[in-house]
Design a protein around this ligand. Structure first.
Ligand SMILES: *Cc1c(COP(=O)(O)O)cnc(C)c1O
Length: 307
């Protein structure tokens, strides 16, 4: 149901959607941590809003305000959590949205469930060939793409939603965790959430990112995101690049079994693209002795499984 602004058109204040902020933090008992003297907290960003889930809320909220009622154009792959969140926000706030989807060939196929949800939420889908998609941050390519999507004058949010506004939006996630954990860990795609979160933590806290893509480019990307959002490096953060399981949306039987077992043990629905890799990485790190006894680790639950 769109939030109506009466005669003034759509309301772009996300407060009208009643986000659950700060998100709850829950301590869980898991012998794979307790036997090493580690406390594990789950920072439940997945509970912020039923449709604008997790870090997508934190990153989109300031952008939707900045869009001020204009059409929002953004980018993503065929299973993008970011596209679904943007489409849902469009429906809830009465904003037109356009999704530029990687893969021209998808135009000729039935929509997968993720894209079908985007379309049902009113997002207009525009399929883009892979080579153009790769160059979408070049100004001329972007301008041509927006024109081709019939969306000139629209507010453009980059792939994954990680611009400076989004990074600053994630600062609050760090602030909410001050005084609650020694190490804050999360899975990274673009790294925008980590860039903001690390800046919001207290000086004695550390952020640990688990990239779900392979490639080793993320440290530089996060540095750039912090430079743009804050004018320089902020907070104490590092990445552990060992837990991508082959790359984005790749999995293995071991990871699947791990995620199912975690769900059974703790009743937490484990999102598979990101959260499963984070939790697996933390169990492995605890086993390696990476955290001193007495350490409190907060794992940010950035999302929920789809559908
Ligand atoms: C989008 C997403 C991420 C990645 O966030 P970045 O800011 O791009 O690093 C992590 N977890 C979940 C569940 C997501 O949907």
């Amino acid at each position: 149901m769109p939030v109506s602004g009466g005669d003034n058109g759509p309301v772009t204040s996300l407060a009208a959607l009643h986000p659950r902020l700060p998100s709850p933090a829950q301590e869980i008992e898991d012998d794979r941590f307790t036997r090493h003297g580690i406390r594990l907290l789950l920072k439940r960003d997945d509970l912020i809003h039923p449709e604008l889930i997790g870090n997508k809320w934190r990153k989109l909220a300031p952008n939707l305000t900045a869009a001020a009622g204009r059409t929002v154009v953004t980018f993503g792959g065929a299973y993008s959590n970011h596209l679904r969140a943007t489409a849902a926000a469009g429906r809830l706030l009465g904003l037109p949205t356009v999704g530029a989807v990687r893969g021209q060939e998808l135009a000729d196929r039935p929509l997968n469930p993720s894209l079908a949800r985007c379309a049902a939420d009113g997002m207009r889908l525009h399929f883009v060939d892979r080579s153009t998609y790769r160059r979408k941050t070049e100004p001329e390519t972007l301008a041509a793409l927006v024109r081709a999507a019939d969306a000139e004058g629209a507010y453009v949010v980059p792939e994954g939603g990680s611009n400076a506004l989004a990074v600053r939006g994630c600062h609050a996630l760090g602030e909410e965790l001050r005084g609650h954990a020694d190490v804050v860990a999360l899975a990274c795609g673009t790294g925008g959430t980590l860039a903001g979160l690390a800046a919001g933590l207290a000086p004695d806290q550390r952020a640990l990112g688990i990239p779900v893509l392979r490639g080793g480019f993320l440290t530089a990307d996060i540095q750039t995101l912090q430079d743009r959002a804050f004018g320089g490096r902020r907070g104490s953060w590092r990445l552990d690049e060992r837990f991508h399981f082959g790359g984005y949306a790749r999995t293995t039987p071991v990871l699947d079994a791990f995620a199912e077992d975690f769900e059974d043990r703790h009743g937490l629905p484990v999102e598979r693209l990101y959260v499963a890799k984070l939790l697996y990485g933390l169990v492995a790190l605890a086993e390696e002795g990476a955290f001193a006894r007495g350490t409190t680790v907060a794992a940010v639950i950035t999302g929920r499984p789809f559908p």
